[in-house]
Design a binder for this molecule. Structure first.
Ligand SMILES: Cc1cc2nc3c(=O)[nH]c(=O)nc-3n(C[C@H](O)[C@H](O)[C@H](O)COP(=O)(O)O)c2cc1C
Length: 374
């Protein structure tokens, strides 16, 4: 089992100084036009300083109409370049690698945010989303590639393609709903095509020394676990992907799908041939022992969300004390401010049950007590 604090290399792009990666975390701290704010910069730079080997941004929209959240960091225009450049260089100055998570919310773009109905692989009566035309899907592939190149120009070491959580790319995978009759829907091969085209386009545009990660949800969100296993195999087979980041919500959970009954999802994926791909996963890694157990399960690196919000220097703490754990939930507002969260981010965290303590007082949950929304 590798040590958490030994470097990890990638097939393309530079190594990470350790095996602890900051999970992409929406924080709503950017300006309304998607440009970087000082608050967003501070929050991320503190994590780079706190010892995360890789510092990943929040989901960042590659097209204006693919925005999913207010205050989202954008990467769809050259207007975003100066802020992205400042961010990449500030992360690098702290010795961390810098990734942007590339995102399109698809039918989950709120109408009130984007000003018109969202777009998706298929029509959706509930949200008013309309199906993208074939040439618009090609435009989405191009937008991911152009945004990746913009991130590269800004100095980032790589990008992570957000293929998880029911956003646009994940919507394409849905066997029930994506019944398009062009080459992007219907059969599994066609439903998964957009992932492979984006990988190819990003690699072609950004060259061979740029880190390319893909985030996948292996269950829920309308996907079939068996199909995500097959997609994983296909992504590995391209030889172009450096990291697959599994969003598990609990790294040690068992699969829901009866075909994988009794098996932990992490084992299902860790046992597959991963070629030159590195495998990471996120979900309830809240203490040093959890991080080591995750590597022991066969992961190459660990991906931390909530522990990074409560403790900007969680990696350094675990390095100093293997038994270190994240701060107990709920956390007081003053503490979150001291950890680099602005009022806006704290407000957003109020939507994650059990996270923010409204009244000063003793903590009522242990580290595993707070379970946020999706
Ligand atoms: C406040 C918050 C914002 C999140 N934003 C994103 C996001 O922008 N992109 C993404 O892929 N996942 C997002 N997630 C999921 C996390 O990256 C992570 O996978 C999840 O929180 C599980 O890890 P944890 O148990 O360590 O928090 C978010 C989670 C939280 C708590």
């Amino acid at each position: 089992m590798p040590d958490l604090f030994e470097p990890v290399s990638f097939a393309h792009g530079p190594s990470s100084p350790n095996r602890v990666m900051l999970s992409p975390l929406t924080n709503q701290q950017s300006h309304a036009d998607g440009t970087l704010s000082d608050e967003e910069l501070r929050w991320l730079v503190m994590r780079a300083e706190g010892g995360f080997g890789i510092t990943t941004t929040c989901a960042s929209h590659v097209l204006e109409r693919g925005q999913g959240f207010p205050g989202q960091l954008g990467c769809f225009s050259d207007d975003h370049l100066p802020g992205l450049t400042r961010l990449a260089s500030a992360i690098h100055e702290r010795g961390s690698r810098a990734l942007v998570q590339l995102h399109h919310a698809g039918l989950r773009s709120p109408v009130e945010l984007i000003g018109h109905s969202p777009v998706a692989p298929f029509d959706d009566a509930e949200t008013g989303a309309r199906a993208l035309t074939t040439s618009e899907v090609e435009g989405v592939v191009e937008a991911f590639a152009v945004a990746a190149l913009r991130c590269r120009r800004a100095g980032f070491d790589g990008v992570e393609i957000h293929g998880a959580h029911g956003y646009l790319l994940c919507q394409f995978l849905d066997p029930e709903r994506n019944r398009r009759d062009d080459r992007y829907g219907g059969t599994f091969e066609d439903r998964s095509r957009i992932f492979l085209e984006i990988v190819e386009a990003v690699r072609e545009r950004c060259g061979g020394d740029f880190l390319l990660a893909v985030r996948l949800s292996p269950e829920r969100f309308g996907v079939s676990t068996a199909e995500v296993v097959e997609l994983y195999r296909r992504l590995v087979a391209t030889g172009e992907v450096d990291l697959i980041d599994l969003s598990l919500w609990d790294v040690f959970k068992e699969a829901i799908d009866p075909a994988f009954e009794g098996r932990r999802l992490v084992d299902v994926f860790a046992e597959l041939d991963r070629g030159t791909v590195r495998l990471g996963a996120a979900g309830k890694l809240y203490a040093g022992a959890d991080l080591r157990a995750a590597l022991d399960a066969g992961l190459d690196l660990v991906v931390l969300g909530r522990a990074a919000i409560t403790n900007h220097d969680f990696p350094r703490r675990v390095e100093a004390d293997p038994d270190a754990a994240m701060r107990a939930l709920p956390v007081r507002v003053e503490t979150l401010h001291a950890e680099g969260l602005s009022d806006r981010f704290v407000d957003y965290m109020r939507g994650w049950r059990g996270f923010v303590a409204e009244e000063p007082g003793p903590a009522v949950h242990g580290p595993r007590g707070g379970r946020g929304g999706t």
